[in-house]
Design a protein around this ligand. Structure first.
Ligand SMILES: [Ca+2]
Ligand SMILES: [Ca+2]
Length: 358
């Protein structure tokens, strides 16, 4: 930080920019169509058989038998209320069961795809929503989902099936509602056609997940193709596919941040920064492959500013920038494409001129 006091402008736009800076621009939705259910239906589950299994389920060690009996009774009632004789097995669908954190990491081969297990009601994370999933409710009964950024991967979030923040008897209901839902495998797929066509790369079993919280899956990629997209889809044992995860792209090419509206002077480098005026809008663009056919990636990018309160953007994604500060000085803007891995960034430098209040 240079000497001087930066004016912190408490506008919603700045707050948004700060939030984006904190979030690192993750969570951008992926590319590609959602999965379609195809193939034959999976196995069916008998409600009567499930109730027999429930009745025989012993209380886990260290759990109050009375509490466990209550949970079993609640699941018994919920299953009876839902059932029509048979419960069809199927893969998980819906946002509460959709893998949403697929990432491609690493700066050199082998790269890695990582994601966490997501199947509402599968509290013991064995891949199937079944009677056995009542046991984790008993073990974690009364616990709350952490309020920090570990919430997503916490075991409490896994067992909090109704997503009210606490593990309670209400979390029995998702077991009954999704009874028989199965992740037999996660199918890793790739696309070299921007998500039009997808091909199977490999399959990973739920038992391959690791960790004591939400199970983490890791799949090694030795030689992904440039610009290739990846996603994962759950499939049940009847070869019916659930909803696709977010998609991630492998990209190692050069990314440039360009000032599309001409600056007063300069080249955007540290030694020769763009010279820009106060209260003047400038259009920033994130492009790739500038020597060939430049591809505008601005709509997929987000922007961070250092120092963070120096300028404002009209929105988080369109790159329209207005310099809004009270000091002359230098700052820089980083354009980020969150879907890319290794995380690609471009940086451009500015110097502010203008009539500056004291
Ligand atoms: Ca389970
Ligand atoms: Ca809950």
């Amino acid at each position: 930080m240079r000497n001087g006091v930066w004016k912190l402008v408490a506008t919603p736009v700045v707050v948004l920019a700060l939030l984006l800076a904190v979030s690192g621009c993750t969570g951008r939705a992926g590319v590609g169509p959602q999965g379609q259910a195809v193939g034959a239906a999976g196995a069916t589950v008998s409600v009567d058989a499930a109730l027999v299994e429930l009745a025989q389920l012993p209380a886990p060690e260290g759990v109050d038998p009375a509490l466990f009996a209550r949970l079993k009774a609640a699941l018994h009632d919920a299953l009876l209320a839902r059932a029509g004789g048979k419960l069809a097995a199927m893969p998980p669908t819906g946002t509460a069961s959709q893998v949403n954190d697929l990432a491609l990491t690493g700066e050199e081969p082998p790269y890695a795809l990582t994601w966490h297990h997501r199947s509402q009601g599968d509290y013991n994370q064995d891949g199937v929503v079944s009677i056995a999933d009542v046991t984790p409710i008993a073990i974690h009964f009364g616990e709350t989902v952490p309020g920090d950024d570990t919430a997503h991967v916490s075991i409490q979030a896994v067992v909090d099936g109704n997503q009210d923040g606490t593990v309670s008897i209400s979390d029995v209901t998702p077991i009954a509602m999704r009874f028989g839902v199965e992740v037999h495998r996660y199918v890793i797929e790739n696309s070299l056609t921007e998500g039009v066509d997808w091909s199977e790369v490999s399959r990973v079993a739920p038992a391959d997940g690791t960790g004591t919280g939400r199970k983490l899956f890791t799949f090694s990629l030795d030689s992904p193709a440039e610009r290739e997209l990846y996603r994962v889809r759950p499939v049940d044992s009847g070869e019916v596919f659930g909803d696709a995860s977010n998609a991630v792209r492998f990209f190692t090419g050069e990314l440039l941040l360009r000032l599309d509206t001409p600056a007063e002077t300069g080249a955007g480098t540290p030694d020769d920064p763009y010279v820009v005026l106060l209260d003047t809008p400038y259009q920033l663009k994130v492009i790739e492959d500038p020597s060939g056919a430049a591809i505008d990636r601005t709509e997929e990018a987000c922007f961070e500013t250092m120092p963070p309160a120096f300028i404002t953007f009209s929105t988080d994604v369109n790159g329209l920038m207005t310099v809004d500060n009270v000091m002359a000085g230098d700052f820089w803007v980083v354009g980020l494409l969150g879907e890319l891995a290794p995380l690609s960034t471009a940086r451009v430098y500015f110097r502010v001129l203008g009539d500056l209040p004291l």
